[in-house]
Design a protein around this ligand. Structure first.
Ligand SMILES: Nc1ncnc2c1ncn2[C@@H]1O[C@H](COP(=O)(O)O)[C@@H](OP(=O)(O)O)[C@H]1O
Ligand SMILES: [Mg+2]
Length: 244
């Protein structure tokens, strides 16, 4: 594991511990959401400034730093992905994303799933065995993509509604589901770390039209994505069988 991957693992895990504490002590859902987003952002920003003072940070919860567009190294973080699920009792589908992007490519990343006590990284992705039975397709529980019926039909899949892009991507990596598809809106911080870990674990990752996912762009809007077991990508992307 590189020093950057180890740092991503440490920061995602520690931010997760902070969020678990907020969850225990803050029963009101609106206050829990506000405190979770703000305190997780404050902690991550402070830690990155301390450990990697020269690297700009692109975060859901911070003002955009134009210096990131000329920097070779940029951290892309989502301090709390699945804020809605974090605010609801007993849900485990929320995450912390920490990714290092170098020249458009994510080279080190961690996704913490604090309520499950797990942190996955690009350094040591878990073994991905194919789930048994019918194809399982993870989708947003509150904002499922418009063309989800087409994708579900193409895969002959059962839908598995879940919160958080990180939680859904890690469900593919861990072999709980076969695929995760999203459309209609998302930002780079929602997918940078999850996509890098899925790729390191051997999964297909792309836009829904098959185009590559590119990070640290001037506009961080990255509205759709597909993460799936490699053998299923052709069916979703409309490629003839036998084409990789
Ligand atoms: N249409 C949309 N526009 C903007 N962001 C969206 C979106 N649909 C999903 N997202 C973001 O993608 C993440 C995962 O969403 P979902 O749980 O619905 O799958 C959430 O991140 P945050 O919780 O960090 O805001 C959510 O805000
Ligand atoms: Mg998010």
């Amino acid at each position: 594991m590189t020093a950057d991957t180890a740092l991503a693992h440490h920061l995602a895990t520690e931010t997760g511990h902070l969020l678990l504490g907020i969850r225990r002590t803050t029963p009101d859902p609106a206050r829990r959401r506000e405190q979770g987003d703000r305190l997780a952002q404050d902690f991550l920003a402070r830690q990155l400034a301390r450990h990697r003072p020269r690297d700009p940070v692109l975060s859901e919860e911070a003002t955009d730093d134009p210096g990131r567009l000329t920097s070779e190294r940029v951290w892309i973080v989502d301090p709390l992905d699945g804020t809605r699920e974090f605010s609801e009792p007993d849900r485990t589908d929320w995450a912390v994303h920490v990714a290092l992007c170098e020249r458009g490519e994510v080279t080190a990343a961690a996704v913490a799933l604090p309520a499950l006590g797990r942190t996955e990284t690009t350094g040591c992705p878990p073994p991905a065995s194919a789930p048994a039975g019918r194809v399982r397709l993870a989708v947003s529980r509150t904002r499922p993509p418009q063309d989800i019926d087409r994708i579900a039909t193409a895969l002959d899949a059962d839908l598995v509604p879940m919160g958080s892009a990180g939680a859904k991507a890690m469900a593919v990596v861990r072999g709980d589901v076969h695929a995760y598809a999203h459309a209609g809106g998302q930002y780079e911080w929602d997918s940078a770390a999850p996509v890098a870990i899925a790729r390191a674990a051997g999964m297909h990752t792309s836009r829904l039209d098959g185009a590559p996912l590119v990070y640290n762009q001037p506009d961080p809007w990255l509205p759709d994505l597909l993460i799936c077991r490699p053998e299923l990508a052709g069916a979703v992307l409309g490629e003839p069988e036998g084409v990789a």
